[in-house]
Design a protein around this ligand. Structure first.
Ligand code: ASP
Length: 443
């Protein structure tokens, strides 16, 4: 017996059918005491997410355009659920209250948050759990930064009064009482904060996939499921993680050492992916495969600086970082040689400032030469078992060599649990397939 926090994403609560599955899952295990819900998501391809419709309402309000019809679409979805599931929460009362507030042109955060708010009220009644609003419990400062410790305390105090509760995800409030949301997909963070506050045994994150795959299924055919992954590995694989779990959900769970289990509401028997502290992940799961996963992304630019005797010039790298700071650009990697340093930046971070950055490098660093490689892709091959294991990189580079992929950059983290290679965009898919085949299919 322990306590489980279960968060259900938009697709798991999209309509009466999905909510019935959700209720079965919750009823199946009495340890699922604290439930966090997203706003209803898409029911089918081409459908609208409630959150998107609410943001659309706000845009109309800002432009003095009629928004009643859009809000009516939102209202109808909740009314249909209330009717289909035979719940009675007096929805018209809540909807009228929101309509009255919309007339006062409230903040976008307030408008968007109503999706989770109404849903949590409905789900709480459906389950027979208490409804606990997160406004006032999930605390942000005036600038909109989450106050983790204050939130922890407030949640713990409040939830000690409720044996079972449903909480809306995605939002909290600032000290002056205004609603503040996380970034999109932020209900994952709410779930992690609740799990941390009550020291849950596990944080279940129910969604529409059975966890993480070892590689992108659009590139590798039927990639294997990741059974277990550590928080650190997941960070290294963040290029692929973001669409399943909000990146910021990891920190609170990791701090409290609460494992996160990604589960599929449509296939509740699947064990999903378990995200744990390093030690558990090392404890012999994933069939002892050397690697845990491969992820990558296209569209990076590498600026390679060469200067004779660079290694004895004090402050060279500091000046590089100073220039990047001045441009407010964060870099991805900084591989270096004795007289060379390469700065790897995403094209998104760089925007259209490449020429200006190069000019600043030229003037302030006086390098002998600058080479620019555009259209680069980065691929991270990650796995705890890679460390202290001779031959892993040889195997990786041989696979890429055999596939005729030219490696333009190599970076290995000091923990030895990841090897990052830079290849040309055009070789991206080919390289991922080659790495997957050599480490997974041919193992
Ligand atoms: N409903 C919000 C969104 O669509 C938050 C969430 O679902 O996590 O982004």
């Amino acid at each position: 017996m322990g306590i489980k926090v279960a968060k259900f994403g938009g697709s798991s609560v999209a309509d009466g059918i999905q909510l019935t599955k959700t209720k079965q899952i919750i009823d199946h295990d009495p340890d699922r005491k604290y439930i966090v819900v997203s706003a209803p998501g898409k029911r089918y391809e081409g459908d609208n997410k409630i959150t998107d419709l609410l943001y659309l309402c706000k845009t109309h309000i800002d432009h003095n355009l009629p928004y009643d019809q859009i809000f009516q679409v939102v209202a109808d979805r909740y009314m249909a659920v209330e009717l289909n599931l035979g719940i009675d929460v007096d929805l018209p009362k809540y909807l009228d209250e929101i309509r009255a507030n919309l007339r006062k042109n409230p903040s976008a955060d307030y408008v968007a948050s109503r999706g989770e708010y109404l849903n949590a009220i409905l789900v709480a009644a459906f389950l027979g759990y208490d409804f606990v609003d997160t406004a006032g419990l999930i605390k942000f400062d005036h600038k909109g930064k989450i106050l983790i410790d204050e939130t922890d305390k407030a949640l713990r105090e409040e939830l000690s009064k409720h044996e079972r509760a449903v909480l809306p995800g995605f939002y909290g409030s600032t000290p002056d009482g205004n609603i503040k949301t996380f970034s999109r997909g932020g209900s994952d963070i709410t779930g992690a904060l609740v799990a941390r506050a009550i020291n849950a045994d596990i944080y279940e994150n129910w969604t529409d996939v059975s966890g993480f795959l070892m590689a992108d299924p659009r590139i590798v055919k039927n990639p294997k499921q990741i059974e277990s992954i550590s928080y650190k590995e997941l960070r290294e694989l963040s290029y692929m993680g973001a669409s399943v779990l909000h990146e910021d959900a990891i920190y609170p769970a990791r701090m409290a050492n609460v494992p996160i289990n990604i589960r599929n509401t449509n296939k509740p028997k699947d064990p999903g992916t378990m995200i744990t502290a390093e030690d558990c992940a090392q404890a012999g799961q994933n069939n002892d495969r050397i690697i845990t996963g491969i992820a990558g992304s296209k569209d990076f630019t590498v600026v390679a600086l060469y200067k004779n005797m660079m290694s004895s010039e004090r402050g060279f790298v500091r000046r590089i970082l100073g220039i990047l700071d001045d441009f407010d650009i964060n870099f991805e990697h900084l591989p270096s040689g004795i007289d060379t340093v390469s700065v790897v930046m995403s094209n998104k971070a760089l925007g259209d400032r490449l020429d200006e950055v190069i000019e600043a490098f030229r003037q302030r660093l006086q390098p002998d030469s600058i080479d620019v490689f555009e259209n680069m892709a980065l691929i991270a091959t990650v796995g705890h078992r890679m460390s202290y294991r001779p031959g892993v990189s040889a195997k990786l580079f041989k696979a890429l060599g055999d596939a005729k992929v030219n490696i333009r950059m190599i970076d290995q983290g000091s923990s030895e649990m990841n090897i990052i290679v830079g290849v040309e965009n055009k070789d991206f898919e080919k390289a991922i397939k080659a790495i997957y085949n050599t480490f997974v299919e041919e193992e």
